[in-house]
Design a protein around this ligand. Structure first.
Ligand code: NAD
Ligand code: DAU
Length: 348
């Protein structure tokens, strides 16, 4: 089996590549990644040509291609060579979509269409699209509503609007051309290689640096936190057993749903730090209040059970950042990161 993984140098894509090679040593992978600020080849050192790993040398089963999913010529050339396309590539951070929306449309919408067209034109390749729960909008705090895969799309941020558009395109290629697609809409991931701009990776690394954690508004928003391992295992299962044309929700076990402030308090407890390390800052514009998914479809139809509780997920993630200090210090020390951090937090 030969895979084209897009965005494989990012957080979730790189974890997926590690998992696939561990589980299926005979597969081949082409990783197409533009190496934006979020793409990081340090996440894939094990597979680099210089590492002399099992996948190095002449019979190279891993190939990295630096390029843009919106580049139709390149994408056509690569899609032709594979059996399956898994699309992780995206601009993924909501706060950046407020600062610079255009690139979200180019990558998330146009890029996805270019990939779909290539999959369609090159023999209807199996296509899995990695998406987000955010396309379903925002639930009020006093409501017990949980979205299902049939709920209407109501995106409210530039990021989620672009991801919603990409999901619609995926569905349209299925209905119009019979392209064998599946979509997963997943909750907030945590785990290794998460770029330190997202709430929890920013919080852990700030705390390890002796800084405070910026909590937007009063910290009352609710997210569903899932260990990245539970996400990539679910994607693999959907590729194996999922029904084409279908969408599957992926979320954590049904238990702990603290708000952002309570989540940071849990984190501080795990790290043995006092609550005065919290700093309330100006809220995110259009901040979605709550996400909640009913994940019974993937459980019943594909037999998927997420493995990690929230406490385990937080502990494992803290441990990873404590033992991989070089990885995140290199990012946080870069001019790109410092510019972003100043722009995003200096005046809050
Ligand atoms: P990330 O920002 O860490 O990585 C994105 C990767 O895509 C980077 O390696 C980047 O270089 C690459 N990329 C960006 N634009 C590209 C382009 N035009 N062409 C080729 N490569 C490009 O993102 P992530 O957190 O790993 O998210 C992966 C996917 O999962 C995204 O589609 C995101 O919407 C979705 N998702 C993320 C989460 C989460 O909590 N992080 C949750 C649900 C869904
Ligand atoms: O729900 C899935 C989505 O989760 C993914 O599709 C996105 O790619 C991913 O970025 C994530 O989006 P969120 O906006 O939920 O994640 P973020 O980590 O940016 O924020 C989580 C919550 O924490 C949110 O309510 C905003 C808040 N927050 C965030 C940051 C960065 C803060 O309070 N302070 C912060 O500094």
């Amino acid at each position: 089996m030969k895979y084209l993984i897009t965005g494989g140098a990012g957080f979730i894509g790189s974890n997926f590549i590690h998992y696939l090679f561990d589980k299926y040593p005979e597969i081949e992978i082409i990783n197409l990644d533009k190496l934006t600020y979020a793409g990081n080849l340090d996440n894939l050192k094990k597979f680099s040509a210089e590492s002399g790993s099992a996948s190095g040398g002449e019979n190279y089963r891993y190939k990295f291609v630096k390029g843009d999913i919106a580049d139709a010529e390149l994408v056509n050339k690569l899609v032709r060579q594979v059996d399956v396309v898994v699309n992780f590539a995206a601009e993924s951070h909501v706060d950046r979509s407020i600062l610079d929306p255009a690139v979200f449309i180019k990558t998330n919408v146009l890029g996805t269409q270019v990939l779909l067209e290539a999959a369609h034109k090159n023999g209807k390749k199996r296509f899995h699209h990695v998406s987000t729960d955010e396309v379903y909008g925002s639930i009020s705090l006093d409501s017990d509503e949980k979205w299902t895969e049939e709920s209407p799309y109501q995106p409210r941020s530039l990021y989620s609007a672009s991801k919603a558009a990409s999901d619609h395109l995926v569905r349209a290629y299925f209905h119009t051309f019979g392209l064998p697609v599946t979509i997963s809409n997943c909750a907030n991931n945590l785990g290794p290689y998460m770029y330190p701009e997202k709430f929890i990776s920013l919080a852990i690394t700030n705390l390890l640096e002796g800084k405070k954690v910026p909590v937007y508004g009063e910290g009352k928003q609710v997210r569903e936190w899932l260990h990245v391992e539970d996400h990539y295992v679910a994607i693999d299962l959907i590729l194996e057993k999922g029904k084409v044309g279908e969408t599957y929700f992926v979320g954590p076990p049904d238990e702990d749903r603290p708000n952002n402030l309570e989540t940071i308090k849990k984190l501080l407890k795990i790290m043995n730090l006092p609550e005065d390390r919290i700093e309330f800052v100006k809220d995110r514009p259009g901040h979605d209040v709550k996400y909640a998914m009913n994940t019974s479809k993937i459980r019943k139809e594909l037999g998927f059970t997420p493995k990690y509780s929230l406490d385990e997920t937080l502990k494992k993630t803290v441990e990873w950042y404590q033992t991989n200090i070089e990885w995140w210090q290199k990012i946080k020390g870069s001019p790109e990161y410092k510019n972003y951090y100043d722009q995003q937090y200096a005046k809050r």
